[in-house]
Design a protein around this ligand. Sequence first.
Ligand code: NAD
Ligand code: WQD
Length: 351
Amino acid sequence: MSAPSTVLVTGGAGFIGSHACVELLDHGYELIVVDDFSNSTPEAFARVERIAGRFVGAVYELDICDRHALSAVFDRHCVDAVVHFAARKSLGPSAQKPVAYYDTNVGGTTTLLRAMHEHGVHQLVFSSSCSVYGEAGPGALDESTPARPTNPYAISKWICEQILSDVCRHRPEYTVMCLRYFNPAGAHPSGLLGEDPRGEPDNLMPYLAQVAVGRRERLRVFGTDYPTRDGTAIRDYIHVMDTVEAHRVALDHLADAPGMHIFNLGLGKGSSVLEVVDAFSRASGRTIPYEAAPRRPGDVTELVADATAVARAWAWHPTRDLDDMCRDAWRFQRHNPNGYTGSARRTKGGH
Ligand code: NAD
Ligand code: WQD
């Protein structure tokens, strides 16, 4: 079987999905994109098209849980493979709205799997998360580390992994690449595409960018009493361009062997919150005011990938470092201080 050429991207307007659209268009893929724009705007597609110099393809505004609408997309297009980004992604809010998280993340995935099954599509790249490991560190975590998810978001990803694993176990025609991202950050180097969260950012890098550009007064450093080198929590940040490059390489390898393949996506190098603040200050040339704040409920001390499995399997590894992430995130924020604005919404049903 050859590499897929027409790819359905769910959640393609989001942070990682929009960068993936650029990467896949740049490599000649035909795309069909679905997104309900619950955490994104169609303006992302205008940016993708400017960068790629190509139309994104058919875009459908729909809820991934809408079985009939999703099935109609498969009826209309000949899909070779699916890259499934669409999900609710915030750890904290998932504890306030667990049912909504399970509905979208688990229900969305089973709805997608049903539509794929009905249309003879058996190749999937799935967005999983290092949050499935929970408080498993210190030390680099490989894919055999037992999962100990600590919040409904992480549990929803873990449930999806179990479902996908069962599908592959009982249906040998399926291939699933399950990618456990550590902390994707940064932006496209053009400065046109980046992370544009709605409301107050949950994540460190977009928060820092908004402080640096003057949209927010200061960063709160959640926890300065962790047992780490400077007392702040350690994460493995990976450039969003490396993250999406891995998806393109995953698509190339879908034909290698059926079954479920799980890979960490990280640099294999941890950075503390204060190290990220320092890197962002250097990249932006601005002082970033910050203050110590209590630990954020549910946060863990350290999450760092053992990223050797993906390197071994695909001879691929990330090439960009934390300074690249900060430089690119800052370029996006500087050029788009208020994020994507003035977008014209696309109509339901595609174009
Ligand atoms: P994002 O919120 O920017 O993108 C998700 C996209 O899915 C958005 O465009 C949103 O509008 C869409 N979406 C949400 N619910 C939908 C629904 N019911 N129907 C259709 N579309 C829907 O998030 P992201 O950072 O780009 O994350 C992409 C994927 O990667 C998610 O599955 C997330 O859980 C996973 N992930 C993200 C990170 C991270 O740090 N960003 C880390 C690990 C895993
Ligand atoms: C990073 C560090 C915060 C904001 C999780 C998942 C990961 C991915 C992103 C989905 C932590 C600290 C943050 C702030 C801070 N998502 N921080 N002040 O929670 O490590 O990662 O979400 O799967 O896979 O594990 O990411 O960017 O929110 O936080 O001090 O304003 O920065 O406490 O130590 P997190 P983050």
